[in-house]
Every structure is written in structure tokens, then in C-alpha cells.
Write a protein that binds this ligand. Structure first.
Ligand SMILES: [Zn+2]
Length: 138
């Protein structure tokens, strides 16, 4: 059942990220010292170890770096969802800034490396908005 599908629980410093998702915004921590974005949320910059950062809104645009099509449900709640696409997106804001998500509304045979994608949000039955990506032309 969809209501049983697991989803991330906001905790350990990720609360602002999930709150922004509920406002349909994709945010990440940006180091106040070196100005680099980092993913996933961490207390210290993964580039320079500075502890000061700002939650910054991203464009939500990027390109596919890799993906996989899941055809075997690895969780009982996924039985009605297969096949689905897990995608790694490199975001436009910074070379190497990558996040995992799902690619939705797509024929898996049409997916190509470096294809342009844009974030959108889907609602989990808990009410938490989840970031997913769609193919786009720009
Ligand atoms: Zn830094």
C-alpha cells in the first residue's frame, strides 16, 4: 500500500531541507566560507570544514549523470510502483553536485545520459512533499 511506502524522516539537521520541499523549493546547504554547495546535509563543510552555512534555493535544474530502472520491488510497498526510475542528477549550480531521486513520467527507454531534467514535487501520503525530476528541454 502506498501509505506503507517509506519516506525520509526529517532529522539530524535535514529539517530545513524537508520544510523547503513542502514549499516546493529545492534547497541545499551553501558554505559561508568557500561558497560551495554540499549534499547531503552535514554539520561541517565537506570541502573546507567550516561550520557556517546558509540554506540556499537551487534552480532545480540539472542533467542526468546515471540512472537505473527498478523492475523488482525491493519493498512490499513498491509492488505497484515497478518499474520506476532511480536517477542521479548533477545540478546546474556546481560541477559534481549530485543527488539521488526518482525520474517520473518517463518511458525508461527514452532516458539518456546528460538529458536535461527539472525538479518537481510529489506528495507522500504523510503530507511530506518529495523532490522528483522530470525530463525537460531546457
Ligand atoms: Zn566550505
Amino acid at each position: 500500500m502506498l501509505s506503507d511506502f517509506p519516506y525520509p524522516i526529517p532529522e539530524h539537521g535535514s529539517e530545513p531541507y524537508w520544510a523547503a520541499c513542502n514549499d516546493r523549493r529545492l534547497v541545499m546547504q551553501r558554505c559561508d566560507a568557500c561558497r560551495k554547495f554540499r549534499w547531503q546535509p552535514t554539520p561541517l563543510c565537506t570541502f573546507c570544514a567550516d561550520e557556517n552555512f546558509t540554506w540556499a534555493t537551487l534552480s532545480g535544474r540539472g542533467k542526468i549523470s546515471t540512472w537505473t530502472v527498478v523492475t523488482h520491488p525491493v519493498h512490499p510497498a513498491a509492488i505497484d510502483r515497478v518499474p520506476y526510475v532511480v536517477v542521479e542528477v548533477e545540478l546546474d549550480e556546481q560541477t559534481g553536485l549530485r543527488m539521488l531521486s526518482n525520474l517520473v513520467d518517463v518511458n525508461p527507454a527514452a532516458i539518456k545520459a546528460d538529458a536535461r531534467v527539472a525538479v518537481t514535487f510529489t506528495e507522500h501520503q504523510s503530507g511530506q512533499m518529495l523532490p522528483v525530476f522530470r525530463l525537460t528541454d531546457v
